[in-house]
Design a protein around this ligand. Structure first.
Ligand SMILES: [Zn+2]
Length: 233
């Protein structure tokens, strides 16, 4: 029976070889989602090691943060773009978990992040969620929280349609440049906690700003931000 299972696995690998989500090359035995070379080549920012990093600076005057970071530099035509594309559009949710774990390993040792209580992923627009079937940021948050040994709260921060059913209970905050409306439920999971808001790629930071302001308006203790990648504007 074991031999048959092994044979079937080998056959599946032969017919559908697992490829690296960064470079597209065949994965070796023991490698998963991302090959060793791509992991080695990741363009790390080390932003978690200094407070006045470019991501933190982007939020100065917009959002009062405890700390902010992104793990990788994002540039078009690079392996990082391939990884983000696989995670977002090709159902490669394990890429999010793996990179989330990598980020968690760094943050649990970082002075400004080691006391985070709860990880909250940025909720996806309902239309996109229906189309894609999953929220990529949830997988990053899961990997990260797992590595840091803390909780992830998946439905405490709500977006657009999902918030409407709660209209009577929740307070809403609209932002000039954001069509979307964020709201909070399960406040007990967030109250007086250090919240780490997690996204895939930071570009303008408008979504994170809107989410962050809603969380802060609901009485959380501290807010920090972490993203897998940072696209310089
Ligand atoms: Zn690779």
């Amino acid at each position: 029976m074991f031999a048959l299972k092994r044979y079937t696995e080998d056959l599946i690998n032969l017919l559908f070889p697992a490829l690296c989500n960064g470079c597209g090359k065949l994965l070796y035995h023991g490698e998963q989602q991302i090959c060793s070379q791509c992991l080695f080549d990741l363009p790390l920012t080390d932003f978690h090691q200094y407070e006045d990093n470019p991501v933190a600076k982007q939020f100065w005057g917009r959002l009062p943060l405890n700390a902010a970071m992104a793990m990788l530099y994002f540039k078009k035509g690079t392996k990082v773009q391939n990884l983000m594309h696989s995670l977002k559009y090709k159902n490669q949710t394990e890429v999010g978990i793996k990179l989330g774990q990598l980020m968690g390993a760094k943050l649990k040792l970082a002075e400004n992040f080691c006391d985070v209580d709860v990880v909250v992923p940025v909720p996806l627009h309902q239309k996109k969620l229906k189309l894609r079937g999953y929220n990529q940021s949830e997988y990053i948050a899961k990997g990260l929280a797992d590595e840091m040994g803390i909780k992830v709260s998946l439905d405490s921060l709500l977006r657009d349609k999902a918030t409407e059913s709660q209209t009577k209970k929740a307070r809403y905050h609209r932002f000039e440049n954001m069509q979307d409306v964020f709201g909070v439920s399960k406040l007990d999971e967030l109250l007086d906690k250090h919240i780490l808001l997690v996204d895939d790629v930071i570009t303008t930071g408008a979504t994170l700003e809107a989410c962050g302001n809603v969380l802060l308006a609901h009485g959380i203790k501290k807010l920090s931000i972490a993203a897998l990648a940072f696209a310089e504007q």
